[in-house]
Design a protein around this ligand. Structure first.
Ligand SMILES: *Cc1c(COP(=O)(O)O)cnc(C)c1O
Length: 398
């Protein structure tokens, strides 16, 4: 029997946690009159650096621009190759293209949806300039193995940590936050689909001062003397533009909101971990359903909870079934190499270049996976409803 309209639920895929605190924070720069890259940005950078345990943090307009600056800083230029994954949001590969370089895609490990370190060797070439790994959906990738490969081949390593704010990795016996960073540079996103949002926004963290200096220059048109300094000076200063830069600034309004979001982050992560554990416990043992796996050296922030549909279970039918029940879902993470923006010749993969073979796990994950609702205030009975509907859908089809 169909449910009556009063009983139909509407459960989104995610929801940012914003309230009067963010609204109040946004008032500060608005009423003060300094609205872009000023004191709020500086304060947010300091607080973010402390949170992840990084010596330097530089705020920018979003994670895509962060990735662009990170790749430029390690010297990626036209004609170079950068090893990364295709199975990621398109921005990962696009940032490589912005530098005129070619993305070289390696396959993922199916259990974690992350770069398979064992496949790096296969794609190495004299043109390889850097490695760009991704902590997909907040699950830390195998940084220890990837970083050791990068070191052995004298290659810089950049982390696309867009989804991974607050995720942790076991490092020399200690749990450390992603972004310390455990590579040369880590890049974060503050898009509303991530755990901490400023509307749009991004952050670069690094241990190397020379990189941080470059980021600060480039994000503001390579202006030699930033307006924050000129504003305070009591002598007239003329700025210079020694090289081409960008406008990749974060506004003070965004940063003020970000500072409030950062205060809430530990609670958001604790809540998401709790909900993810509930999903894992209650969805275990359903034939036809595969569950995400967290390696023992990783703590995910559970930016997304992604299940695998096995056997005869059809992705589109399953997503439609859930939608009819009032539950929003998303298909598995996209593969850049399958998009028209990435025609053959604009990227490379292992072997003879047969992506269907070389990137088989990536393609399967896109086709056979489904992301289900997860957000800080997902009510227990709504989650139970999602679990029940998912089990019903899988059982019918399997
Ligand atoms: C969201 C996302 C990005 C892009 O972040 P923006 O802040 O929207 O530019 C890049 N990489 C990954 C893996 C993402 O999930």
């Amino acid at each position: 029997m169909p449910e009556s309209p009063a009983m139909v639920r509407s459960i989104p895929i995610t929801r940012p946690w914003m309230d009067e605190r963010e609204a109040e924070a946004a008032r500060r720069p608005i009423l003060k009159g300094w609205v872009t890259q000023g004191p709020e940005v500086a304060a947010f950078e300091g607080e973010f650096a402390e949170f992840v345990g990084a010596p330097f943090a530089c705020a920018v307009s979003n994670c895509t621009t962060a990735l662009h600056l990170a790749l430029l800083a390690v010297g990626v230029r036209p004609g170079d190759e950068v090893i990364t994954v295709s199975h990621s949001f398109v921005a990962t590969a696009s940032a490589i293209r912005y530098c005129g370089a070619m993305p070289v895609f390696v396959d993922i490990q199916p259990a974690t949806f992350n770069m398979d370190p064992e496949r790096l060797e296969q794609v190495l070439s004299p043109r390889t300039k850097a490695i760009l790994c991704v902590h997909q959906m907040g699950m830390p990738c195998d940084l220890r193995k990837i970083a050791s490969f990068a070191r052995n081949h004298d290659l810089p390593l950049i982390e696309d940590a867009a989804c991974a704010v607050g995720s942790e990795i076991l490092w020399d016996g200690q749990w450390e936050k992603i972004g310390r960073p455990h590579s040369d540079i880590a890049c974060f996103s503050f898009h509303p689909r991530k755990l901490l949002t400023t509307g749009d926004g991004g952050m670069l963290t690094t241990t190397r001062q020379e990189f941080d200096t470059k980021f600060r220059l480039w994000r503001q048109h390579s202006m030699s003397v930033p307006d924050t300094i000129r504003h305070q000076a009591n002598t007239v200063i003329f700025e210079e533009y020694p090289e081409i830069g960008f406008n990749y600034r974060m506004t003070d309004i965004q940063a003020a909101v970000g500072r409030e979001q950062l205060k809430k982050l530990p609670e958001v992560i604790a809540r998401r971990r709790h909900l993810a554990q509930r999903y894992l416990q209650r969805l275990t043992g359903i034939p036809g359903l595969g569950l995400p796996e967290e390696p023992e050296w990783a703590h995910s922030n559970w930016q997304s909870f992604c299940v695998r549909l096995l056997g005869h279970v059809d992705q589109r039918a399953c997503m439609q079934f859930m939608l009819d029940a009032g539950i929003a879902t998303r298909r598995g993470i996209m593969c850049a190499h399958r998009e028209a923006a990435y025609p053959p010749g604009s990227w490379r993969c292992a072997g003879s270049g047969d992506a269907h073979h070389a990137l088989a796990h990536s393609e399967t994950a896109q086709e056979r996976c489904m992301i289900v609702p997860l957000y800080h205030d997902l009510a227990t009975d709504d989650q139970d409803y999602v679990i029940a509907k998912l089990a019903e859908c899988i059982t019918v089809q399997h």
